[in-house]
Design a protein around this ligand. Sequence first.
Ligand code: PMP
Length: 406
Amino acid sequence: MASLFSKYEGLAGSLGAVVAAGGRNPFAVVIEKPLSSTVGVIEGRETLLFGTNNYLGLSQSVRAIKAAQAAAEACGVGTTGSRIANGTQSLHRQLERKIADFFHRRDAMVFSTGYQANLGMISALAGKDDYLLLDADSHASIYDGSRLSAAQVIRFRHNDPDDLYKRIKRLDAPDAAKLVVVEGIYSMTGNVAPVAEFAAVKKETGAYLLVDEAHSFGVLGEHGRGSAEAEGVEADVDFIVGTFSKSLGTVGGYCVSDHPELELVRLNCRPYMFTASLPPEVIAATAAALEEMQEHPELRAQLMDNAARLHAGFVRLGLNASQRVSPVIAVTLETVEQAIPMWNRLLELGVYVNLSLPPATPDSRPLLRCSVMATHTAAQIDQALEIFRQAAEDCNVPLSAKETAA
Ligand code: PMP
């Protein structure tokens, strides 16, 4: 008799090898207690958090916590239903207005997660007669959205507007509607999209452009509106999708747009319609965190200073860090045999980062992916760097000659 789980045999083998190589399962780390935005207890030890995407540290915002408490007391802890049935309270509408106003857009839709925002928008926008053009390094939520849509999917080379242009010019049905999807900052590598160049291709070819600002919202641009603001091309972006789960420190997703049809998309968007809406406490905490973000632009400046400090430290150590300074800094190692022990050693010495293994990494090499926060102190960053140095030494990970010179 066939087993439903025979397809898991390969995965069991791979996971077993990862655990055997390092002594623990890197995908089952438990933060026993967050002590602050930057420190949590893991395996009973106080550990520096450098892998939580909590860019502005707002998961611990006192203002957001108080707003959540008040909303739960006033409205309860859940809506028990979909946005298009019983799941819309005034708070949801108020948050949508706030987000739309923040982006200077006509309207916003709030989803239960950022994953669902991509899934929902991409599948609702791109229908069977349309083309969907995706960056090859797109996040899983974008790929999954393309699977839920009936559109013809075409991938273009990562961050390559010329390749996108060529592929659009080669389409069999050049007059068909085309939706181009890119991300502001790529989550694994910290690569920043050349959004102005993508916007130029969009204008030249008559395509629509959707930018997922999940990692760039609150991070890039003078006001934190993301990569399109940073490059001065917001007017050329049709849809901005994002998440509350990173720079705002809560949970949920959104899409903003000036297209009036967004109101109709609400009625044709399965991941929006067929799931319960966010509970009042999350909506209220998100609104409070957004206000805090707007009132404290210095958080963004601090975040960038911290990212530069960590990046410079990696370069000084001779580690192979992402080329561009952004709050996502990936350290690339040459082999999985180096990466697994190094990740484990970092955790034992008190630094938590994300371990990314091929084939889930862009160039088939393993990554120790770090995310920086505005709330990290200089001393915490320096301590993390010293721990990286120690872990590399303990695990025989070669550092370039620069280290001894520095
Ligand atoms: N888009 C990108 C680029 C992401 O990295 C993520 C989450 N890692 C999401 C969307 C999904 O966001 P959420 O965690 O809010 O579901």
